[in-house]
Design a protein around this ligand. Structure first.
Ligand code: ARG
Length: 588
């Protein structure tokens, strides 16, 4: 179905045309004075110059042409030349009936579906996930689902950090403890054991210990760098060990990501494109893009119009080791070859801004991607504590994501048990579901680029702009529908009422704007728009619900019409939360 604003603009455009004006002037927007009208058109103001006429005269002429309109119940010309608009109830009902029957509630499939690769999660192997990784997973996952919902093909890649010094640090840490492992015997030619010789908790201890030691012990650091280099060069034992570290980490990461309802189609990492690096380096040299500067291989990415400093993009260090840049560029090459995407989206902390500018410029300059491929970076802000500083544990340590999830679950459990008749098991289950909503919604309701404060009290509240409030509203609708079904009513009926009260009208108009909201959220890569919408929708529903006695209504047709409206509201809300990444329980 066409978008509501487009339908209104069409009708308005015809009126402008009928009155002898350009129909493009008939653009209708949502009212910025909801106390006066529902929608408005400022075309008469815009047309005044063009037609050398007072705007109010134009507005009056256009308003006259709208008498008897099937769309506008009221089109009032007001000084100095606005057209204040209210919609006809029958028109709304007809549209809503179409929307109720369409699987995506009026959202049309894109003319040309895009193929999108999204790079998010960004976990580093052998290191636990911390609160910063929450954002990458949650925003990335939602951007993926929104775009998929809208009709694009989206491939999510975890792009694990498994290339840098942390690999060497873990490897030398293991070597110190277990010097006799075959992995370290360079003359060994046999197969390496199938079973990993360490557990994730061991790795998570080794990494920080090794990292701390490398900061004071230069010789140790040199060993770690050498191990990194050997691993990157694919020296058999080092590579095999690296792959085991990766494997064990992935198993553990999956658990964490499952708890966040985050799934990846690809578990590739920086190391995945190892074999493409020599080819890419050669290509950049042959093309005259890369040159040696202070021993390192670099590509200039400065442009004349730059006002800020733009350092060259380093491809190889002077010791021949490759870097974060190198793997990112080779990954672009890999993605182009494997998927030929129209768009690649990256999610990282916003401090990587300059870095991604360098990488994108380098990829374009060296023609690793065709000009029409859209490279997009979403930089997200920091999660802060109540003190406004980066979120920490009580004793000032880094907050592990696992801990944060658990704390939220416990808090939710406490709230759910308070004054509710629920078995312990059920309360746990519901609490976990609602906790996830609290976390995800708390994050996504902020524009990604902004920092936000992780406020446990607020995020887990059943009131206000929160995940639990949205779920609570859905559960409320579910329970009304269940009651109606118990009384023998048919909840699948879709015949809607002619809108009566203002509250009902507001709810209906909100539902009719789902399609344009979702399309906008997809093109702008903006999950916060879905949050904003579902929150407004919940408010509109609750207002309607408080004013309307539904279950006790005696007029059966009217009651059935309201039930149809409720079903539709619930289904739209369910699709919204599903693209955000959480689900609603049956009760809470
Ligand atoms: N592992 C990186 C980090 O922890 C994030 C990776 C983001 N993706 C990328 N293609 N660079 O910061």
């Amino acid at each position: 179905m066409k978008k509501l604003l487009d339908l209104l603009s069409e009708e308005m455009g015809q009126a402008f045309e009928a009155a002898g004006y350009d129909k493009a002037l008939g653009k209708v927007g949502v009212s910025n004075r909801p106390d006066l009208c529902e929608f408005q058109c400022n075309g008469a103001m815009a047309g005044a110059k063009q037609y050398h006429k007072a705007p109010i005269m134009i507005a009056n002429e256009v308003a006259a042409k709208l008498e008897g309109s099937k769309v506008f119940e009221e089109a009032a010309a007001v000084a100095p030349g606005f057209l204040n608009l209210k919609l006809k109830k029958e028109f709304l009902r007809e549209l809503l009936e179409v929307v109720a029957k369409e699987p995506k509630f009026g959202l049309e499939a894109p003319e040309k579906p895009k193929k999108i690769v999204i790079d998010y999660g960004g976990a580093n192997v052998a290191k636990p996930l911390h609160v910063g990784h929450l954002r990458s997973a949650v925003i990335g996952g939602s951007v993926k689902r929104i775009n998929r919902y809208v009709g694009h093909e989206v491939i999510g890649d975890a792009h694990l950090g498994d290339w840098g010094l942390q690999m060497g640090l873990v490897i030398v840490g293991l070597k110190e403890r277990y010097p006799d492992w075959v992995y370290f015997d360079e003359s060994y030619e046999g197969e390496y054991p199938e079973e990993a010789p360490f557990t994730i908790s061991e790795l998570e201890k080794i990494y920080p210990a090794s990292s701390a030691r490398s900061k004071t012990d230069a010789e140790y650091k040199a060993k770690a760098m050498e191990a990194t280099y050997k691993y990157q060069q694919g020296v058999r034992g080092y590579w095999a060990l690296g792959m085991k570290i990766r494997e064990v980490s992935i198993k553990d990461l999956r658990k964490n990501y499952d708890a966040l309802n985050t799934q990846f189609e690809l578990w590739n990492g920086e190391s995945t494109i190892k074999d493409l690096i020599p080819e890419m380096v050669q290509y950049m040299k042959d093309g005259g893009y890369a040159y040696i500067s202070d021993g390192a291989l670099v590509v200039d990415v400065k442009e004349e119009t730059d006002t800020k400093e733009m350092p060259p993009c380093m491809i190889l260090k002077s010791d021949g080791a490759s870097l974060y840049n190198t793997t990112d560029l080779a990954t672009i090459l890999d993605r182009v070859r494997n998927f030929n995407p129209d768009q690649i989206i990256y999610l990282t902390d916003k401090r990587q801004d300059l870095y991604f500018q360098q990488v994108f410029r380098c990829a374009r300059k060296t023609k690793l991607v065709e000009p029409q491929v859209d490279l997009k970076w979403i930089g997200f802000g920091t999660v802060n504590g109540l003190d406004g500083k980066p979120f920490k544990t009580r004793d000032g340590g880094v907050m592990r994501l696992e801990q944060l999830i658990k704390d939220t679950q416990d808090e939710m459990y406490r709230k759910i048990r308070e004054g509710r008749e629920m078995s312990e098991d059920e309360a746990r289950k519901v609490a976990n579901q609602v906790a996830l909503a609290a976390l995800i919604y708390g994050d996504l309701s902020n524009q990604a680029s902004k920092d936000y404060i992780f406020d446990m009290e607020k995020f887990t509240s059943f009131e206000g702009d929160t995940g639990p409030y949205v779920l609570y509203t859905i559960v409320r609708i579910k329970s009304i529908l269940a009651k109606f079904a118990e009384q023998g009513g048919d909840v699948s009926a879709t015949k809607l009422n002619i809108v009566q009260s203002d509250a009902e009208k507001a709810l209906v108009m909100q539902l009719l704007q789902f399609n344009s909201m979702m399309e906008g959220a997809a093109t702008e890569l903006a999950p916060h728009r879905v949050c904003g919408y579902v929150y407004e929708l919940a408010n509109d529903f609750n207002r309607f619900y408080h004013e309307t006695k539904i279950i006790t209504e005696e007029d059966e047709t009217k009651k059935a019409g309201w039930i149809a409206l409720l079903s539709l509201t619930k289904n739209v809300m369910l699709d919204c939360i599903s693209v955000l990444g959480f689900e609603a329980p049956e009760k809470m």
